[in-house]
Design a protein around this ligand. Structure first.
Ligand SMILES: [Zn+2]
Length: 337
């Protein structure tokens, strides 16, 4: 800064307008692309691909719950200053449209799940609420077009149905699609960085492929009869479909409404009838419901899974790769015997 000021002062003193040569660090700082990511997991993807060419700001931070996030005035400022705003889409950030509008931002809004096949939740009728099969059975359903149109609409004429599952990042194959979308958006915004973004994306994708193989191997070593667990909200449908673990949750794909007493009773009956071995807490959810379910059944509390947010830097899941490794380690240790 000192050099810049002196140079500028010198030029002004001489009364000449001329290109000012900035010191290298100031130049870099000045050209970093300001981008916003709606939540921490997406923020990590953007950092991995953007490297030192982008400055990433995250709206919903570590251990935060994006389903029920309430933007503050400071968030509108972040969005307003951004050149790109990366969002998950699939109805995850119900607050984003209003925030973007309020901020007056000119930023490009990039939906990082573009091209992912959304997992559509079945309509839930009155008599068969919690017991229907989430997970594996939906793997081959292809409601692609309908689901895309349906992404932001959770209420059909007052009837609350399951909607689209936004937690696409829980399949590592999907994470690779996020990365490709982020790469393309950064190249479009900053063509000079094309080679860097491509190299970063390729290196990170190789790590994701190794991670995917690691997750598959870890699940394969869990006895098949144990691959059924309870979590508090239905955040692991993509994981279940990709890796063959059945997740059952008293809460739906969002945390914005509490599980009903009927849902909880239904799940307790199901755990007992099916000998489901373990229930897991989530980093973004109140653990009391899951603990109560464990107490009323023979299921053990298997630990804490990271569903919708990373941990802070001191935690075991401060990056996406560490998050997936941590979750798989928790599943393996609770379900292996
Ligand atoms: Zn969620």
């Amino acid at each position: 800064m000192l050099t810049r000021r002196l140079t500028l002062a010198g030029a002004l003193a001489l009364g000449i307008a001329l290109p000012i040569s900035l010191p290298a660090t100031a130049q870099e700082a000045a050209t970093k692309i300001p981008v916003v990511a709606s939540f921490s997991i997406l923020g990590d993807f953007v950092k991995q691909v953007g490297g030192d060419r982008v400055e990433v700001t995250t709206l919903v931070g570590p251990n935060g719950d994006a389903h029920v996030f309430q933007p503050a005035p400071g968030d509108a400022k972040k969005v307003s200053a951004a050149q790109i705003v990366f969002v998950n889409g699939l109805g995850f950030e119900g607050w984003i449209d209003r925030l973007v509008k309020a901020s007056g931002t000119k930023a490009e809004i990039v939906v990082a799940t573009k091209g992912i096949t959304p997992r559509e939740m079945a309509d839930e009728d009155e008599d068969d609420h919690a017991a229907h099969d989430h997970g594996k059975d939906h793997k081959d359903h292809d409601h692609d077009e309908h689901a895309k149109k349906d992404g932001h609409d959770h209420d059909h004429a007052g009837h609350d149905h399951g909607g689209v599952d936004p937690h696409a990042w829980q399949s590592v194959a999907n994470a690779e699609i996020y990365v490709a979308n982020i790469r393309d958006a950064l190249i479009a915004a900053d063509p000079a960085g094309k080679a860097a973004y491509e190299a970063n994306a390729a290196a990170y994708t190789a790590k994701l492929q190794a991670l995917d193989a690691e997750v598959k191997a870890a699940v394969a070593s869990i006895p098949e009869k144990n691959r059924r667990i309870i979590t508090s909200h239905d955040a692991f449908g993509y994981f279940g479909a990709a890796y063959g673990v059945e997740f059952i949750a008293p809460q739906g794909v969002s945390t914005d409404s509490e599980a009903s007493a009927k849902d909880v009773a239904h799940i307790i009956r199901q755990i007992k009838a099916d000998n489901i071995p373990a229930v897991f807490m989530e980093n973004i959810s109140d653990p009391r419901l899951v603990k109560r379910i464990a107490k009323e059944t023979k299921a053990k509390v298997g630990g804490e899974l990271f569903s919708d947010a990373l941990s802070d830097d001191k935690g075991p899941a401060s990056t996406y790769i560490d998050m997936m490794k941590n979750n798989v380690a928790q599943l393996s240790s609770a379900l292996s015997s």
